[in-house]
Design a protein around this ligand. Structure first.
Ligand code: 5AD
Ligand code: SF4
Length: 444
């Protein structure tokens, strides 16, 4: 039996692809191993969203080739595979096959091909008509939390972003399939699902089948209500696109307790000028209107975002508008990135006139502002009791468990392993920089 070691970089979509690849390989007689040294085949599921992420692949393959005693077969899948295709064979010494983002269902064919004909196989083709989106229990990244893709690809073409090229055009999965999947996962003991996609709220299936009778202005809010009706304990969704974010999403959260009180809404910049050049299709005024609506919810919805600093042509004034925007929105957390030029994107052709030192300065400054605001903002949780799903033992402190609140904060607390998979009420006693700490007061 051949052993496969799978390493995943990047976003939740990649994690989800890896889960399905592992499921299908096991069904074809392979064994998935967590020990890379015993592997006959190593699969690297790659990310290309920033240069650094892409660079990781190059160093990783080099290291594997230099040190792995078994000389395993190495396959590259994910976004770098899709973008680079066969050129990867020339760029990196030691890659045996390349499988693109929509060809993951044919991974075992790729392995078979290399076994029979040797190095150099690539498949960048489209998804097969009957692609199996299911994941077996053993291959879920958590026994209690599952990712469910509802839309793949991206049609937005923000000028800095490689995703429309690596993941192709938007395609929404049928609502009835999604709902069936949620019901099955619930029966299998899953407590929390994440509806995932590059832009979940752009969800637009071919038919309304499965959504009939559910209220909402957009198919996405109707889907949220349909999924809420399955009785799944906790439902989160990620990522949302501001232009397509309508009030009906917040209304659905207000009305369904199992739709979690967390919205991740990447803003990218606080300057309309930069937003226009990023082709984000939203203005800061429109973004603030959404934030106001989210904050008006009686549910205390937590708000997180992504921000890019140092986009081509970003002036000091533009940057200060981003700082002001962060002060206004008071995000519970934000992922801040330095702009990274991606070949093939429109922004790559713009002159990247913010030098590396300046990007670093803006990055650090914004991080500091965010840290201060975040800390002030999170004080509101002190003394409050949050419903936390006990997901696993905490990595750093013995005797503690870790999990997420419905508002998607990491919460650590002392607890016995029997609590794993349970939702518990945790009274928050301490605010840490990236997590909350508390004591269990009752089962939720
Ligand atoms: N440079 C820096 N950050 C980027 N992101 C996407 N493309 C780039 C890029 N070229 C960030 C955006 C996005 C997140 C997933 O990654 O903030 O929301
Ligand atoms: Fe990275 Fe984007 Fe691909 Fe996810 S979709 S792996 S974030 S490039």
């Amino acid at each position: 039996m051949k052993k496969v070691y799978l390493e995943t970089y990047g976003c939740q979509m990649n994690v989800s692809d890896s889960e399905r690849v592992a499921t299908s390989l096991v069904s074809k007689g392979y064994e998935i191993t967590t020990d890379e040294n015993s592997a006959d085949i190593i699969l690297l599921n790659t990310c290309s969203v920033r240069e650094k992420a892409e660079q990781k692949l190059y160093t990783r393959v080099g290291r594997l080739r230099a040190s792995h005693v078994k000389k395993p077969m190495i396959g590259v899948m994910g976004c770098v595979a899709q973008l680079e295709g066969e050129t990867l064979f020339k760029k990196i010494n030691g890659v045996d096959f390349v499988v693109g983002t929509r060809a993951v269902g044919r991974l075992s064919d790729a392995i078979q091909n290399v076994l029979e004909h040797g190095r150099g196989y690539s498949d960048l083709g489209e998804r097969e008509f009957d692609y199996d989106w299911s994941v077996s229990d053993a291959q879920l990244h958590s026994p209690y939390v599952a990712f469910i893709p509802i839309i793949e690809g991206c049609n937005k073409f923000c000028t800095y972003c490689i995703v429309p090229f690596s993941r192709g055009r938007e395609r929404s999965l049928p609502a009835s399939d999604i709902i069936r999947n949620v019901l099955q996962l619930r029966r299998r003991g899953i407590k929390e699902i994440h509806l995932i996609g590059q832009n979940v709220n752009s969800y637009r299936p071919m038919t309304e089948s499965g959504l009939e009778g559910f209220e909402g202005r957009t198919p996405f809010s109707r889907l949220l209500r349909a999924v809420a009706a399955t009785g799944m304990e906790r439902i989160k969704f990620n990522t949302s696109f501001p232009r397509d974010f309508h009030a009906d999403i917040v209304d659905a959260i207000d009305e369904h307790e199992n739709l979690c009180n967390w919205v991740h809404l990447p803003v990218q910049s606080g300057s309309d000028d930069v937003l226009r050049r990023m082709k984000r299709l939203h203005t800061i005024e429109r973004y603030f209107n959404i934030i106001d609506k989210v904050k008006s919810s009686p549910r205390d919805v937590s708000l997180t975002t992504d921000i890019i600093v140092g986009f081509p042509g970003e002036t000091e004034d533009d940057f200060l508008k981003t700082v002001e925007m962060v002060e206004y929105c008071k995000f519970d957390s934000s992922y801040i990135f330095k702009y990274s030029p991606r070949p093939g994107t429109p922004a790559y052709e713009m002159s990247d006139n913010v030098n590396a030192g300046e990007k670093t300065r803006r990055f650090r400054h914004l991080e500091e502002v965010q840290r201060r605001i975040q800390n002030e903002n999170l004080q509101r949780y002190l003394g409050r009791t949050l419903d936390v799903l006990a997901e696993k033992p905490a990595a750093k402190s013995d005797g503690d468990l870790t999990g997420h609140s419905t508002c998607h904060r990491v919460v650590n607390f002392p607890g016995e392993k029997v609590l794993l998979g349970e939702t518990v009420k945790v009274a928050i006693t301490e605010i840490k920089s990236n997590s909350l700490y508390g004591e269990v007061v009752a089962a939720a």
